[in-house]
Design a protein around this ligand. Structure first.
Ligand SMILES: C[S@@+](CC[C@H](N)C(=O)[O-])C[C@H]1O[C@@H](n2cnc3c(N)ncnc32)[C@H](O)[C@@H]1O
Length: 332
């Protein structure tokens, strides 16, 4: 089923003007034109969902919003869990599931930062998880995934730095900093989710004028509570943005979205070195290095591996190559 074939509910009339693009709702303030120059991110997402799920798949949609993706996917898979913290959006998802007559969908209201909220989902049951512009996987979630589960994640940004223009960000106007993998790759490696593929899509959205851009941003155009909250300066910032980005097609706003696919994988860890310090390597001359103390080495010893556990509530403990922090009760 295509998202465009899904029923539009009376509740959607109420929510769409408020949540707009944030909840995948079309509104009257949408850009006049979206140019993707070929492959579009939503096509990639649909393709990955179609290819990587089957009639027996158990799917989790983290931050499922108003339930458009789950209702589109449910007829083709075994079971779908929708997880969402916003009570109004999950109510819309619930009504959409009922209206579509779907029997294989269960919805859970909760936050992925609350340990107990994933409770209804059986451990080790999810084959395919996804977060479409939703929250990141946290330490609470991996226990729910099968050992070889796939995880699809879309991350949206406005690469021309509207946050910076509106004075809400200290970051530069560059879309990303050079060097090193995307932070999410590092973060997810700590959860034993390794990247399979990552594609970045740039696309342009065109608005008639400054007022049109303001209206779109105001309906949850992905900067919901942060724009236009200091009217005097925000208005000037927006006007300036519009002057610099005025094109024959309208006011141009470049969006960038990254679509990642991760696989849960048991990663072989390097042998642990007990007695080593976390201090960064020094530039000491070669001959001057202290000799490794044979007694402090445990050949073949592995860093602690799954089941993933929540050491002191942070990811740090699982960041390679740092072994489990000393205070972690699971450290042996
Ligand atoms: C940008 S919306 C995308 C919604 C939906 N995936 C879609 O594509 O239409 C992000 C969603 O994630 C939900 N969300 C954000 N943080 C969350 C958290 N910590 N736990 C559960 N849901 C969360 C929000 O309430 C929102 O519905």
């Amino acid at each position: 089923m295509q998202p465009t074939d899904l029923p539009w509910l009376p509740l959607d009339d109420e929510l769409a003007p408020e949540y707009g693009a944030y909840g995948s709702y079309p509104t009257e303030h949408d850009p006049d034109l979206v140019e993707t120059h070929g492959d579009a991110p939503w096509e990639e997402i649909g393709r990955l969902m179609d290819r990587l799920t089957g009639p027996d798949s158990v799917v989790l949609d983290l931050g499922c919003g108003a339930g458009f993706h789950i209702c589109a996917l449910a007829p083709a898979v075994g079971h779908v869990w929708g997880f969402e913290q916003d009570p109004r959006l999950i109510e819309a998802a619930r009504r959409r599931v009922e209206t579509c007559g779907l029997q294989n969908v269960a919805l859970v209201e909760g936050s992925n930062s609350e340990a107990g909220d994933f409770g209804p989902i059986p451990d080790g049951s999810i084959d395919f998880g996804m977060s479409i512009r939703g929250p990141n996987v946290t330490l609470r979630l991996p226990a729910k995934l099968r050992d070889d589960a796939l995880w699809l994640q879309e991350i949206y940004r406005q690469c021309l730095g509207l946050h910076a223009i509106f004075g809400r960000s200290r970051s530069t106007f560059l879309p990303s900093l050079p060097g090193g993998p995307d932070p999410i790759v590092r973060e997810y490696a700590g959860l034993a989710l390794l990247p399979v593929s990552a594609r970045t899509f740039y696309y342009e959205q065109y608005f008639r004028d400054s007022e049109h851009l303001r209206a779109w941003l105001g309906v949850g155009g992905l900067l919901p509570s942060e724009t236009e909250c200091r009217p005097a300066t925000d208005r000037a910032a927006r006007e300036l943005y519009c002057r610099y980005n005025d094109t024959p097609g309208g006011i141009r706003l470049v969006g960038t979205t990254k679509v990642f696919l991760f696989r849960r994988t048991d990663v072989p860890r390097p042998p642990a070195m007990t007695g080593t310090s976390d201090a960064p390597p020094t530039n000491r001359p070669r001959g001057d290095r202290p000799r490794a103390d044979a007694g402090s080495r445990r050949p073949g010893a592995e860093l602690p591996m799954g089941p993933l556990h929540d050491c002191a509530g942070g990811l740090e403990a699982w960041m390679w190559p740092r072994p489990c922090i000393a205070s972690c009760p699971h450290a042996s």
